[in-house]
Write a protein that binds this ligand. Sequence first.
Ligand SMILES: [Zn+2]
Length: 280
Amino acid sequence: MKTIKPAILFLILLSTVLFVSCDKNGNFLLFSVQNDIDLGAQVADEIASDPTQFPILPRINTTNCPHCFDAYAYLDNMVDAILSSQDVAYRNEFAWEVHLIDNDEILNAFATPGGYIYVYTGLIKFLEQADDLAGVLGHEIAHADQRHSSKQLQRQYGVSILLSIILGEEPGQLTEVAGTLAGTLGTLSFSRSLESEADEYSVIYLSETDYACNGAFSFFQKLIDLEQTGGTPEFLSTHPDPSTRVEAINEKASEIGCSTEVISESSPTYDNFRFDLLPD
Ligand SMILES: [Zn+2]
């Protein structure tokens, strides 16, 4: 800060505000799209460097995961179908890398800024239909594409820290934020309005695929059923009020008139994927 005069700082800030800091809906956002991309890559590095907390399955076949290559091929195919939606704004800019975390006990998925998506094997084994998983992936893709983490960070860290990251004054700070984010993403709560937005975009994205556009509905419905039998899935702690969301998802589906018919798959099917391709 010592070498930057206030007037110049003001100009930089102004240019940031004018050119790179509004999302598609015109909301003020200090982080640029490039900041999202850089932060996402850092967070992905942090996650990859912590295999104890995040035992990520490899993209190649190994002794422990003899069908990992095909498992990822199935998952990538689903992600690509969702990303082909015209409504994914940063389809070409973000990384859109999906990773499987090998933990059958955890029913969760999360996304970093810049499009790194993480799905626990526990969630996949819990979901019975491809459409349900597509619904969750659509929801997570929306969190990244709508830049919800950046909005959350802005609220959490305040403008001055983010500004010093943007100005490159303290290079260590991006790593620090990335580290914190890596540790908290799975438990990061977005505001109710951001959650509804992610649910709605899930329906919009899936409406352009062969998957039932309300796939996220049956996912939440399953969570409600599980909760009633005494289970507490991680996803519900960060995604409250599932019954209202089920209604809102179905309302969105009827509003845009998209197909809610469950997809019919040829081999490999979703059941092949979760029972044969993923490790036990
Ligand atoms: Zn969410």
